[in-house]
Design a protein around this ligand. Structure first.
Ligand code: DAK
Length: 270
């Protein structure tokens, strides 16, 4: 992969995917999208083998997470090529959203257009103090095209999403935090350690339960509540009789009997 790095910590079972095109502020061209797709293939294989339980997605350098789709490449696209480019991005972003394990976006600078959109396809966003978010597309004569109109409205509400999209105005980290676009803001040098800590905490919970929780939230969010709780019921039920469920609950009961019996449960993903 020319533009993407993929690393795994065997100790914490956390994988990190880094978009590595800093000279162009990690803008997404077709080659980057292809490399990202390959990195997620590797991560999916590792997740199936229980080598990775949580992923971090970040950008190389200290200035930018992703400064959007590559404007140079887009400027010369025909309608057919534009459609193919859009499909490549949308397929990838949908895949990240429904990826079997959680994905944390560690936003280390600009997250504009497709950059904000890829961060919104992740489960959780945290960012550095120098992060800048925005959907500048209306200023380029297009609408957001990688799900921005849809995911932004779901995350921050239609009023704030409309303001950001119609005005093409960027917002800084503190405002992104205030409107709920990111969960936390850190000094730049603390961002990756914080993402690793959060990812390791997630990776230490029962994997079957974490995956089922992700599926329940994702599938339920666009359903009426009666259907959404039915989805939850099924996924809740699916955790029972797993070794992790039995051990997790037995551990709690042991603790109640005798606090000295407290132990860390190393969940087996079984
Ligand atoms: N594309 C290509 N190159 C980019 C880029 C981008 N989006 N953003 C930055 N770069 C490049 C610059 O051209 C420059 O390259 P050199 O000139 O050094 O070769 C280098 O990165 C450094 O950028 P600057 O010199 O501009 O750095 P500054 O600090 O001065 O400014 C900036 C940083 C982020 C404010 C500025 O670079 C900027 O405004 N960048 C563009 C941001 C933007 O508008 N992004 C949104 C793109 S629109 C679709 C689906 C989705 C999309 C499209 C279609 N379909 C369904 C078909 C998505 C659209 C978008 O994302």
């Amino acid at each position: 992969m020319e533009f993407v790095l993929y690393e795994v910590s065997a100790e914490t079972k956390v994988g990190t995917i880094t978009i590595n095109r800093p000279k162009a502020l990690n803008a997404l061209n077709s080659a980057v999208l292809d490399d990202l797709s390959e990195a997620f293939d590797l991560a999916e294989k590792d997740a199936a083998e229980d080598k990775v339980r949580c992923l971090i997605l970040t950008g190389a350098g200290e200035k930018s997470f992703v400064a959007g789709a590559d404007i140079g490449e887009m400027s010369t696209l025909t309608k057919e090529q534009g459609e193919a480019f859009g499909k490549k991005g949308n397929d990838l972003f949908l895949r990240i959203e429904s990826f079997p394990i959680p994905v944390i976006a560690a936003v280390n600078g600009f997250a504009l257009g497709g950059g904000n959109e890829i961060s919104m396809s992740c489960d959780i966003r945290i960012c550095s103090e120098n992060a800048v978010f925005g959907q500048p597309e209306t200023g380029l004569g297009i609408t957001p095209g990688f799900g921005g109109t849809q995911r932004l409205a779901r995350l921050v509400g239609p009023g704030m999403a409309k303001q950001m999209v119609y005005s093409a105005r960027n917002i800084k980290a503190d405002e992104a935090y205030r409107i709920g676009l990111v969960n936390a803001v850190y000094p730049l040098e603390e961002l990756i350690p914080a993402a690793q800590k959060l990812a390791a905490t997630i990776a230490s919970q029962a994997p079957i339960a974490v995956r089922a929780s992700k599926e329940a939230i994702n599938r339920g969010i666009s359903l009426p509540i009666d259907q959404a709780v039915a989805v939850e019921e099924k996924l809740f039920g699916s955790c029972f009789e797993s070794e992790d469920q039995k051990e997790g609950m037995a551990n709690f009961l042991r603790k109640k009997d005798d606090p000295k019996k407290v132990k860390h449960v190393a969940f087996q993903n079984k």
